[in-house]
Design a protein around this ligand. Structure first.
Ligand SMILES: NC(=O)c1ccc[n+]([C@@H]2O[C@H](COP(=O)([O-])OP(=O)(O)OC[C@H]3O[C@@H](n4cnc5c(N)ncnc54)[C@H](OP(=O)(O)O)[C@@H]3O)[C@@H](O)[C@H]2O)c1
Length: 298
């Protein structure tokens, strides 16, 4: 009889990690870690884990002997990484190094979640083989995290994605949670009109990760994003219109010295490889909103 794979999600209490755990538990033995927020997900074994505690990481990994480790620890927030550079580096870079070093004896499949901030944001539509030149501290930390994974794992995937749209787990508010709350209360919300990204659905990346657990390429970088390129402000307006709120509540965030073009950045990703090799589903924004709506109802 075929053995059920064991999947360990580092950062299982986060937005991405908890969505993943809920999906994967139907098919695999799922172990998910938390740091400060102990959550309960039925049929998922939750374990405390701090990525700075190497001995504990060893005990967890050797105890579980996972077939797959998904590294989903760390906030995807450039401002937070600027303001908390030490903590952010511990999670995005050093934690990835510790986990991949400890796991190197067992050599599970490693899936490291990265983002588009590894690029400089000057032109967008970035492909996997394009030169990485991060400007932000978060981008630099992600590049270092990616490099540790590359050098320590013989079976890795670095999955860079655009911002993921979905409802949060009640701990960290996602952009969708912030929009929903502000719009339903009629409270003004300022969003940046300058950063263009290929927003996509959390469910799209989870589908893709499921495929990567079962197979797909090894030792590669893969991109994943959505088909619409928008700024945070444009996304807010579209969200308001789709869900029948007043879009005039969404305001453009203004910055000092914004009259020059320096503020515009385009971090959109080209993800044709994921579509051609893994049949990853590309989503239009409306489809992302449809899925959020279905999830509300669910
Ligand atoms: N969200 C996106 O749109 C997006 C897009 C592309 C890539 N990613 C990447 O996906 C990953 C997860 O993002 P997210 O949005 O799910 O973030 P999140 O909701 O902020 O979750 C962060 C997770 O990291 C854990 N964590 C924090 N400090 C830790 C530590 N010292 N040791 C161990 N775990 C620690 C948190 O645990 P506690 O909450 O229990 O403290 C939580 O489980 C990040 O690496 C991010 O860059 C996310």
């Amino acid at each position: 009889m075929k053995r059920t794979k064991a999947v360990l999600i580092i950062g299982g209490s986060g937005f991405v990690g908890s969505h993943l755990a809920r999906r994967l538990r139907n098919k695999y033995k799922v172990f998910a870690t938390y740091y400060q927020h102990q959550i309960r997900i039925p049929e998922v074994t939750m374990l405390p884990l701090d990525v700075t505690e190497r001995n504990w990481i060893k005990r967890v990994i050797y105890g579980i002997q996972p077939d797959v480790i998904i590294y989903a620890a760390g906030k995807n927030n450039p401002q937070w990484a600027d303001d908390h550079s030490r903590d952010a580096e511990q999670i995005h870079t050093n934690g990835a190094a510790s986990v991949s070093t400890v796991a190197s004896i067992l050599q599970p499949r490693m899936i490291y979640l990265s983002n588009s901030h590894v690029f400089d944001g000057s032109r967008g539509n970035y492909k996997e083989e394009d030169v990485i030149l991060p400007h932000s501290p978060l981008g630099k930390m992600k590049v270092s995290g990616e490099n540790y994974i590359r050098t320590r794992s013989l079976n890795y995937i670095i999955l860079r994605s655009g911002p993921l749209l979905g409802i949060g787990n009640g701990i960290e508010m996602t952009l969708i949670d912030r929009l929903r709350i502000a719009l339903s209360k009629g409270k003004k919300l300022e969003l940046s009109p300058y950063d263009f990204q290929s927003y996509t659905s959390i469910y799209g990346i989870i589908d893709l990760i499921e495929k990567l657990i079962e197979g797909g390429p090894r030792n590669k970088v893969l991109h994943y994003g959505g088909l619409n390129k928008l700024s945070e402000y444009e996304l807010g307006i579209e969200f308001a219109k789709y869900f029948g709120y007043d879009p005039s509540i969404i305001l453009e965030k203004r910055y000092a010295g914004e009259e020059n073009d320096l503020y515009y950045s385009d971090y959109s990703l080209n993800f044709t490889q994921a579509i051609s090799t893994l049949k990853a589903q590309p989503f239009f924004l409306k489809q992302c909103f449809d899925l959020i709506k279905q999830n509300f109802v669910g």
